[in-house]
Write a protein that binds this ligand. Structure first.
Ligand SMILES: [Ca+2]
Ligand SMILES: [Ca+2]
Ligand SMILES: [Ca+2]
Length: 309
């Protein structure tokens, strides 16, 4: 990564953090950009499983507490990003114009399965990224989910993404269904190879434990990511759903699913050796966080389905 790109990434992060009022982290980012050092907090010793697929690598991790502490993509020793964003669904709107959803809804309030570190606000009501208490409970934050039909997220290029689509996506499955122990999660990845037509790049069936409970508990949260094999392979959309058994012996019986911390960006996996300083610095992700949402509004929401996207 060139120094020019590194500085661009840092400016982007700094501006967003400035807008969010998170001055502490802004100072940290500024200092680190000067030094070219790792900005991310130390990563947990999470067990990450990699699986080589036809068009990409499937990344799985059976725990997730916070973005900087848990997200594999936030580990600069493992991944390098030209640009990236993460949507944490803390407001009832998607924060980035590059991201769209055609199914699903925002969840808030009791019973919501947000990531554990979400749901923190300062005294002025502004959201503090990763500022929540890690206490095994995600009900303070927001998430995005579907009762039965699955979720579709679409990605669009912009000037901020160098007019490119993502090569990497990742999200946290935070909830499934409490009545079945045989829940399977399906991830469909659609995209383009070079200038070719849109095609299904992968159809992945995931057994994430089947013990997810709709009670805000975060011990069952599971990260799933997909990184394309080459920069020529770009992701246009993904579909995520849960199913349990078969409704008619053939058609999967769809069950609820809830997700959080949807990350997308142009990334590569660092396979060997320690990254060079500039590469490390450029790994810091631009955060598409919820800005300016008042906590009292979140607290007022008592149901999980009040907001249809
Ligand atoms: Ca928490
Ligand atoms: Ca959240
Ligand atoms: Ca959960």
């Amino acid at each position: 990564m060139s120094k020019k790109i590194v500085n661009k990434v840092f400016r982007s992060v700094a501006q967003i953090l400035k807008n969010s009022g998170n001055t502490k982290r802004l100072a940290l980012a500024t200092a680190a950009s000067t030094l070219g050092l790792v900005v991310c907090a130390p990563q947990q010793a999470n067990a990450v499983t990699l699986e080589q697929r036809e068009y990409g690598t499937l990344i799985k991790q059976s725990s997730y507490e916070s973005f900087f502490g848990s997200n594999p993509f936030a580990n600069p020793q493992k991944y390098n990003f030209e640009w990236a964003y993460v949507e944490n669904f803390e407001t009832n709107a998607l924060q980035r114009p590059e991201l769209s959803s055609s199914q699903g809804q925002f969840f808030k309030g009791p019973g919501t399965d947000s990531v554990d570190s979400d749901g923190a606000f300062d005294t002025e009501g502004k959201f503090i990224f990763d500022g929540g208490v890690i206490d095994g409970d995600g009900q303070d934050g927001g998430s995005y989910g579907s009762q039965a039909d699955g979720i579709t997220f679409g990605f669009a290029p912009s000037v901020e993404t160098n007019n490119g689509l993502p090569t990497a996506i990742g999200f946290v499955v935070t909830d499934g269904h409490d009545k079945f122990d045989d829940v399977l999660t399906t991830l469909l990845v659609f995209g383009k190879i070079g200038d070719g037509p849109t095609q299904q790049l992968d159809h992945i069936s995931l057994d994430l434990g089947g013990t997810q409970n709709p009670d805000g508990k975060t011990s069952d949260d599971y990260f799933v990511g997909f990184l394309t094999n080459t920069s020529d392979i770009r992701i246009e959309s993904i579909f995520v759903s849960n199913s349990s058994g078969y409704a008619d012996g053939v058609t999967p019986y769809n069950t609820p699913i809830e997700v959080d911390h949807l990350a997308f960006g142009e990334g590569t996996m660092i396979s060997t050796g320690a990254p060079e300083p500039l590469t490390v610095g450029g790994t810091l992700l631009a955060l598409g966080m919820g800005i300016g949402m008042k906590k009292k509004l979140a607290k007022k929401d008592s149901t999980k389905d009040q907001s249809q996207n």
